[in-house]
Design a protein around this ligand. Structure first.
Ligand code: ATP
Ligand code: MG
Length: 291
């Protein structure tokens, strides 16, 4: 039967087969990406954990740092993060080594998470009084990576441009911005780009915007297509070819303490995140810097 649904399913199985044949060699330097957008609910956490899990599935060693007091990334990675759990808070405020808080995700032996707890909500204010307050994550991460080599570190930021996000920008070399294909998608983007420029100038000259991912795409609406076209026109080199569709499987996975990669790895949303991971892994850090 040649219906749009039949074509879509055939297309999805072809993409699944292609993913099975992907073979990537992870031997380069650690790439540190910070997933940021001060707009709330655009898919930062969903993109951080699913790209991380997909990269781990490709054989990369991946650390996710949960910098959001909401702790959604820790939840999705199945890592305990109640009030008593040693967390990123203790690293930033109490100088605890990152190695003391990192947990392995039950999802993949290559996937690790530095959990956040509710205490992190106070860190934004407590950091103000700390020495080297913008560099605390970078220092902790530098120390950690000496004994725990990683192929990727992915930092999930809260929806703000406060000191937690500044710590992420200072620790990372690449900024990864998820953009939701809806009204006002580009609103606030110039503020975000301005912040990145400020960080480049004053704190971290190596920081650059390497990756933009279009999320929650609904192909039935013209608006989503218009937003996607507009973003591609502005950022032709940074936008990934892969677009993440709106998918119920993606949104229900966290309630099982899983990413969609583990929850339903062959679903349309999981296949898209796995393709996004392949695209990200295929661009080396230096390539993305040249762009
Ligand atoms: N592709 C998708 N399809 C359906 N739902 C999605 C998709 N991506 C994300 N969602 C849902 O949208 C909501 C917001 O996503 P997410 O938590 O990843 O955004 P966020 O940018 O991290 O939010 P915050 O700013 O609060 O940290 C969540 O309920 C998530 O499950
Ligand atoms: Mg989030």
């Amino acid at each position: 039967m040649d219906t749009p649904l039949a074509r879509e399913l055939a297309d999805l199985s072809a993409r699944r087969r292609l993913l099975e044949s992907v073979d990537i060699d992870f031997t380069g330097d650690t790439r540190i990406l910070t997933v940021s957008n001060q707009k709330g609910g655009v898919g930062k956490t969903t993109s951080a954990v699913n790209v991380a899990s997909a990269l781990a599935g490709l054989g990369a060693k991946v650390l996710v740092i949960d910098l959001d007091p909401q702790g959604n990334a820790s939840t999705a990675l199945g890592v305990p993060h109640n009030a008593d759990t040693p967390s990123v808070y203790d690293v930033l405020i109490e100088d605890l080594p990152l190695a003391d808080i990192v947990q392995q995700s039950p999802e993949d032996k290559n996937l690790f998470c530095a959990p956040s707890t509710i205490h992190l909500a106070g860190a934004e204010i407590e950091l103000v009084a700390q020495v080297a307050r913008e560099h605390r994550l970078r220092r902790a991460l530098d120390d950690y990576l000496v004994d725990n080599p990683m192929d990727f570190v992915i930092i999930d930021c809260p929806p703000s441009l406060g000191l937690l996000t500044i710590n992420a920008f200072t620790a990372a070399s690449e900024v990864f911005i998820p953009i939701q294909c809806e009204y006002y998608a580009l609103e606030g983007l110039s503020q975000l780009l301005g912040s990145i420029q400020m960080i480049q100038k004053h704190l971290n000259p190596g920081l650059h915007l390497s990756t933009i991912l279009l999320t929650m795409f609904d192909g039935r609406t013209r608006l989503a297509q218009q937003v996607a076209d507009e973003v591609r026109t502005h950022f032709p080199d940074q936008v990934l070819d892969t677009v993440i569709p709106r998918s119920v499987r993606v949104s229900e996975a966290p309630s099982f303490g899983q990413t969609v990669i583990a929850y339903d790895g062959q679903s349309a949303g999981a296949v898209a995140y796995r393709e996004a991971a392949v695209e990200i892994a295929s661009r080396t850090a230096t390539q993305s810097k040249e762009k």
